[in-house]
Structures are given as structure tokens and as C-alpha cells.
Design a protein around this ligand. Structure first.
Ligand code: HEC
Ligand code: HEC
Length: 304
């Protein structure tokens, strides 16, 4: 029992300890645990790898549960060399943009969505992550096979609730901001929706359907979304309602709301015209006053 491989023995031992029914097993497990810590101290970084993976990777990947936003990671080290994978984990975008055919293929299969650089990634962490993925790939059923995502059919109530969450009247239980403050939707009045994030009309299709979008919303992994929703995770009923709503908007209308764009351009034009008038008046006034002081200066000099 003490000869587990260094990665993950602690969690496994702990799980064992908590299941142990006879009292002598617990101290024995503790002993193994401390022995493990002593003998494998250089690997100590590896011990939080499953937790790290759960927090930062499972919103886009399963191990053996099919693709979400990103590919199923089962047996990934049989598909690609370790060195490539390490470089990729350290900086996904630069490896994908370097233009090799494998990178092109996986980017295409993900509809051009780039994997974000994992937070606080280092070479050691990348190695540990790949070790974990390899270990988990060998199991009949990985603990990362996938989240339990509701498959209940969407109802009108779900869609209505989703829309209310998006627009704000339905407050999020954990207190995150309403989506509309940063996102628009095809039917949000022009300039009504926020512009910081992308238009979400077609997000159901863009993020590859119910399972992937639900997983994504359960733990967003992108630059702006992650910090907001790490502290205020959406509840699974909220995700269910939002996904129901996004499914319906995709069906209803293509994302290009050209009416909105025309309104945006027009308002820009009107703004520019007003601006020109304003500057013009300002400039004239300034010009007059400059001329007046010049005239005054000259006439007063003339008096001398
Ligand atoms: C926001 C979604 C997202 C997150 C979060 C994410 N990935 Fe990815 N991952 C992708 C996508 C998409 C791809 C496919 C390549 C691309 O388009 O960027 C990918 C590709 C990969 C690959 C190569 C897969 C293959 O088939 O060759 C590995 C390995 C990988 N990710 C590991 C991880 C690990 C480990 C984490 C957590 C630290 C993680 N990813 C977090 C989206 C994500
Ligand atoms: C403070 C601003 C802000 C709020 C509030 C916000 N988002 Fe986002 N969201 C963003 C930004 C910016 C992005 C682009 C990726 C990034 O930088 O995180 C984004 C990306 C997304 C994406 C991925 C879109 C794509 O095409 O890849 C989804 C889905 C999403 N947000 C859903 C939501 C939902 C649902 C809510 C409300 C519960 C919400 N967001 C609230 C700023 C926000």
C-alpha cells in the first residue's frame, strides 16, 4: 500500500483512510501518508494536481467523457509527443499559431476557440498535469469523466428564467453581475447591452451545444469571466435556465444584428456632427478672444 506511484497517492490514501472501518487502518494510512511525503518531497507540487485540474480544466475537458469545448483528454499522450504537449500547456496560443498541422487540426475541431493559458502554469505543473491525465486514462472510469449535466427537456419557464437572469431582474444566487452589463443579445435595444464581452445570441452553437456550454458556464475559464465567476459560481439551475435561453436565441436569429450595427454607426455619425459643431463654436470663441486680446494689445501699445 505504501508503494503507490508518487502522484496522487495522498488523495487515494486519504480516500482510503476515510473509508477505513477498523481503527488500526487509519493510523497506518497516516503513516503511509507521512512516509509518502518524506520520500517524495520533490514531487510535493504534484499533490494538488487533481484539485488544480478540477478547478481549471474540467470546464472544457473530460477524461473519457467525450469532448466539451476542448477535446477529450483520454490518451492524449498517445496522440502527441510529451514535449509538444508541455509547450502547448505553457502557452497554447503561441504553439497553435506556430502553424504545425496537429495544432491546426485541434484548433479547427474546436471551431477556432483558443485554449486560454492555464493560471500559474509552470513546467513542473504541466508535467504533473500530463502525469495525471495519463494515470486517469488508464482507469476504467476516470473521476474526470464529466460533470453531471441535467438532460431534462427545456421548458418555457426555463427559457423565461434564463432571459431574466441575462437581463438582470432575476438575481443570481451567489451575487454575480447580470450578463447584460457586459454582453449583448440580438434583441437587446441598440446600445443597451454591454460591449466588454461578445454578443451571446449564437453562443449555444459557438460553444458546441448543451453539454459543452453548461460545463463552460459552470466554471468559465477565460480571462474576464473566470475571476468574476470563480467567486460567484452559477448554480446548476441557473446554468440550466441560461442554456435553455441561449438555445432558443440561436434558433431564433443569426447573431449579426445588422439593425443594431446601423444604429450604432448612425449614433456615431450624429455624435461626430455634434462634436464638430461644438468644437467649431468653441474654436470661434477662442479665436475671437485671442484676436480681441491681440487687438487690445496693439491698440494699447499704439497709445503709448
Ligand atoms: C476554456 C476552455 C479550456 C480550458 C479551461 C482548458 N482547455 Fe485544454 N483545450 C481547449 C481547446 C479548445 C483545445 C484544442 C486546441 C485549441 O483550440 O486551443 C484544448 C487542447 C488541450 C490539449 C491537447 C489536446 C489534444 O487532443 O491534443 C491538452 C493536453 C489540454 N488542452 C489540456 C488542458 C489542461 C491540463 C487544462 C487545465 C489546466 C486545460 N486544457 C484547460 C480548451 C480548454
Ligand atoms: C464584467 C463583465 C462580464 C459579465 C458581468 C459577464 N460576462 Fe461573459 N464574458 C465577458 C468577457 C469580457 C468575455 C470574453 C472572454 C473573457 O475575456 O473572459 C465573456 C465571455 C463569455 C462567454 C463565452 C463567449 C464566447 O463566444 O466564447 C459566455 C458564454 C459568457 N461570457 C456568458 C456570460 C453569462 C451567462 C453571464 C451572466 C451570468 C456573463 N457572461 C456575465 C464579460 C462578462
Amino acid at each position: 500500500m505504501c508503494d503507490n506511484p508518487p502522484n496522487g497517492p495522498v488523495l487515494k490514501t486519504l480516500a482510503f483512510a476515510s473509508k477505513a472501518s477498523t481503527h488500526w487502518q487509519v493510523p497506518l494510512a497516516m503513516l503511509c501518508l507521512s512516509a509518502g511525503l518524506l520520500f517524495f518531497s520533490p514531487q510535493a507540487i504534484g499533490q494538488d494536481t487533481p484539485v488544480y485540474f478540477k478547478l481549471n480544466c474540467t470546464n472544457c475537458h473530460t477524461i473519457g467523457g467525450g469532448r466539451l469545448t476542448g477535446p477529450d483528454l483520454k490518451d492524449v499522450s498517445k496522440r502527441q509527443e510529451r514535449e509538444w504537449l508541455i509547450n502547448f500547456l505553457m502557452n497554447p496560443k503561441s504553439v497553435l499559431d506556430s502553424g504545425d498541422s496537429y495544432g491546426k487540426k485541434i484548433l479547427e475541431e474546436s471551431r477556432g476557440i483558443y485554449m486560454p493559458t492555464p493560471p500559474q502554469i509552470s513546467k513542473d505543473r504541466a508535467e504533473n498535469l500530463l502525469d495525471l491525465i495519463e494515470d486517469e486514462s488508464l482507469l476504467e472510469e476516470s473521476q474526470f469523466k464529466g460533470l453531471k449535466i441535467s438532460t431534462a427537456p427545456f421548458t418555457d419557464d426555463d427559457r423565461a428564467k434564463g432571459r431574466n437572469i441575462f437581463l438582470g431582474p432575476h438575481r443570481l444566487e451567489a451575487g454575480g453581475s447580470a450578463c447584460i452589463s457586459c454582453h449583448s443579445m440580438y434583441d437587446t435595444p441598440s446600445l443597451g447591452g454591454g460591449r466588454l464581452g461578445p454578443d451571446l445570441t449564437n453562443v449555444y452553437e459557438r460553444l458546441k451545444g448543451r453539454k459543452a456550454l453548461s460545463a463552460w458556464l459552470g466554471a468559465p475559464g477565460t480571462e474576464t469571466m473566470q475571476p468574476i465567476f470563480a467567486n460567484h459560481p452559477l448554480k446548476s439551475e441557473e446554468v440550466h435556465a441560461l442554456v435553455a435561453y441561449f438555445e432558443s436565441t440561436t434558433a431564433e436569429r443569426p447573431a449579426d444584428s445588422s439593425a443594431g450595427r446601423v444604429a450604432f454607426l448612425l449614433s456615431g455619425l450624429v455624435g461626430a456632427v455634434i462634436g464638430v459643431f461644438f468644437l467649431d463654436t468653441l474654436w470661434k470663441r477662442r479665436f475671437h478672444s485671442v484676436r480681441r486680446t491681440l487687438v487690445e494689445a496693439n491698440t494699447s501699445r499704439g497709445k503709448l
